[in-house]
Design a protein around this ligand. Sequence first.
Ligand code: NAD
Length: 244
Amino acid sequence: MNDFAGIRALVTGGASGIGRATADLLADRGAQVAVLDLDPSGVDKPLLAFRADVTDDASVRAAVTDAADALGGLDVLVNNAGIGAQGTVEDNDDEEWRRVFDVNVLGLVRTARAALPHLRSSSHAAIVNTCSVAATAGLPQRALYSASKGAVYSLTLAMAADHVREGIRVTCVNPGTVDTPWVGRLLDAAPDPAAERAALQARQPTGRLVTAAEVAGAIAYLASPLSGATTGTALAVDGGMQGL
Ligand code: NAD
């Protein structure tokens, strides 16, 4: 099924986890896909790989320009690169707040700024941001991370309003706990990773973690013409974590 034939997509943080699953799904469905990542060394053909750090404006602008040149334009931007942080407001110092906001918020802004001129030339432009349930759920021990994703959620709404009349849709996905290398690293840091994983799964309403492929499916829907009348909204992919 080639839902994405003729679509040119750029996925940030596309070398791992949710971004990798999204890049693979879009490519499987016929899109031409470029990945922007700090470390794109494991990215294989047919995906195009561009090394960039979303905290460095010059490297983002260069990678977005190179990706758009290689693809012959851009229709879809998936702003997915992100990092985590744990703790209450007392646990993270100013430097840590700046570091996480630099990646999760400003990284998205820099990439969108570089991509928008290309997206304006597309007849079906879409930006999909990877947000989080943390944006709205009030999770404990996640003050900094939640605030950064709250900003991603607000940016999604504001950007949707700013660009809807240019034909550019802006949406986000709000994943719950997703089984990615990131979560694997957190579990591996626990004294008993297997017990920690079992406890984490037991806390999910579905009894299991969300898969990266399930988040990729939601991103693909929001990036596709199937959601052509949808903008300025979040799609939860959280196994019922919110509201249950
Ligand atoms: P991951 O660590 O598996 O992958 C993240 C990717 O982003 C990596 O390839 C990494 O190299 C890249 N990256 C990080 N910093 C970067 C930078 N400065 N410049 C360029 N690339 C950079 O993580 P994941 O779990 O797939 O998370 C992806 C996104 O999903 C993040 O925005 C995260 O906040 C969000 N999210 C994850 C979960 C979860 O449970 N895993 C839940 C909700 C939201």
